[in-house]
Design a protein around this ligand. Structure first.
Ligand SMILES: NC(=O)c1ccc[n+]([C@@H]2O[C@H](COP(=O)([O-])OP(=O)(O)OC[C@H]3O[C@@H](n4cnc5c(N)ncnc54)[C@H](OP(=O)(O)O)[C@@H]3O)[C@@H](O)[C@H]2O)c1
Length: 437
């Protein structure tokens, strides 16, 4: 099965740093003016959590957002590769490169920027003028948010415009690699096609034209069983990246992110029951933190086994069902488990209403897709599918990283911790999608 193809084939030979830096792609000889923002210190605007979900809506939000700590590493003014300590994380080091990150203002993209910079790479964040959740960050805000984190430059370019991307590369003569963490913020059908497919392909093709050596694409493990628009879009983009050529690729397909599993924390802390579908034991995932995933993606540039490969990846520790996630939460806050089990049949009812509204009001056609997204994540595990059985397999889902959900929640639930604030869902939350406060 495609999703299980762990290729050890590396088309790109390892080079010395001098050789790597000597590589110059075509079309990079006529720099065009680009907006590069300053590096003064300042606060980044952040949106407050908007949706206050509880009960079934909160669980739906959790499920839907599967479709959808701040790294404070000291930068000492020189390139020092951070040593990765956990036993199941290979301690990789290699040549320092110049790497462009698309989607560097997102949840995983930002972590990728910080990880690459911490490893001594020169990082260029390609962004739009208003970015972040709710589009509240200016270019200056983004640059300031990376101040003191390493050699990070923020440049503005429109990923929907191939010419703008060519201009970006024309200004970056020594760039060798790219990381793409672009994703539709809403998960709507058209936006998924525009961003998860077309904008991503624009970045892939511009990177090819510019002669980059490697392109690392963030995808999702759920594309193995594609039933949603964004999954189709991602699969098509993956296929474009896999085409024969000089540019090596790494397609990273992670399981659930932490932020997608935290929709009920606030409610449970406030005494609400933990809501789950069925008996809560069938659907499981191996959650991965943004820092661990970013580390795995950064490894792709140094690990020949990760070149020209499709790489499903989960976090450390065993796969967790919804029920186990709830039990963990109750044990950490010191309360007796209190669950509400919602029958899966509720989705038929909800989907019927959403389909009806979408059919009646064309401008609301994405509502039906959001319903399907919610259902998908309530019914499907975020694990690798075993081609022999057609079932999800914990054993076949590789683990990577240092922080499991228990460790994260233990810290995040401490008095005064701000960790949960960096786990916002924005438009990916079902509450936001459906306009529920
Ligand atoms: N949630 C999960 O549990 C999970 C699990 C596995 C895989 N994944 C996949 O991981 C990927 C990334 O997720 P994430 O949570 O990091 O996403 P995210 O926080 O929503 O970030 C999306 C990034 O894409 C950029 N973007 C979106 N629309 C754009 C546009 N029109 N023009 C320019 N940039 C645009 C955003 O830029 P702005 O800041 O400018 O908006 C942002 O940098 C998704 O593809 C998702 O399917 C998610």
């Amino acid at each position: 099965m495609e999703g299980l193809a762990f290729s050890s084939l590396g088309r790109t030979q390892w080079r010395t740093q001098a050789e790597v830096l000597a590589v110059q792609g075509p079309g990079r000889t006529k720099p065009a003016p680009l907006t590069v923002v300053g590096t003064e210190r300042g606060a980044v605007q952040r949106t407050e959590p908007r949706a206050r979900l509880n009960g079934v809506v909160a669980l739906c939000a959790t499920a839907a957002t599967l479709a959808g700590q701040k790294l404070r590493r000291s930068w000492r003014g020189r390139s020092i590769a951070r040593r990765v300590k956990a036993a199941n994380v290979a301690s990789l080091e290699g040549p320092k490169m110049c790497i462009v990150v698309y989607g560097g203002t997102g949840y995983i993209g930002r972590a990728a920027v910080l990880e690459l910079a911490a490893r001594g790479h020169k990082v260029v964040v390609c962004t739009r003028s208003s970015s972040g959740i709710g589009g509240q960050q200016s270019l200056q805000d983004v640059q300031e948010s990376f101040t003191g984190e390493g050699d990070i430059t923020v440049m503005e370019a429109d990923v929907t415009d191939p010419t703008a991307l060519d201009q970006l590369y024309a200004n970056l003569p020594a760039v060798q690699g790219a990381v793409c963490c672009l994703a539709s913020r809403s998960g709507g059908r058209q936006d998924s096609f525009d961003i998860d497919y077309q904008a991503t392909v624009n970045c892939i093709e511009a990177s090819r034209r510019a002669g980059l050596q490697q392109f690392v694409l963030l995808s999702a493990v759920c594309v193995q069983r594609p039933l949603l628009a964004f999954q189709e879009a991602k699969l098509k983009a993956e296929a474009e990246l896999c085409q024969e050529g000089q540019m090596a690729y790494s397609i990273v397909r992670p399981t659930a992110f932490f932020k997608s599993l935290l929709g009920q924390v606030k409610g449970v802390k406030g005494g609400a029951p933990f809501v789950m579908f069925g008996d809560g034991t069938e659907v499981r995932c191996k959650p991965i933190s943004e820092e661990d995933l970013a580390s795995f993606m950064a490894d792709c540039f140094w690990d020949p086994a990760k070149k020209n490969a499709i790489l499903p990846i989960g976090g450390p520790g065993p796969a967790l069902s919804f029920k186990e996630q709830g039990e963990l939460l109750f044990s950490l806050i010191g309360e007796k488990p209190n669950f509400i089990c919602v029958p899966y049949g509720v989705f038929d009812f909800v989907q019927g209403i959403l389909d009806f509204i979408a059919g009646l009001i064309p401008s609301q056609s994405d509502l039906a897709e959001y319903g399907r997204i919610g259902r998908y994540y309530a019914e499907q595990s975020m694990l690798v599918l075993d081609p022999a059985t057609g079932k999800y397999s914990e054993e076949l889902t590789p683990s990577y990283g240092r922080t499991d959900l228990r460790a994260f929640l233990t810290d995040a639930l401490q008095e005064g911790s701000k960790k949960l604030e960096s786990q916002q869902l924005g438009d990916q939350g079902l509450g936001n999608r459906l306009g529920v406060e």
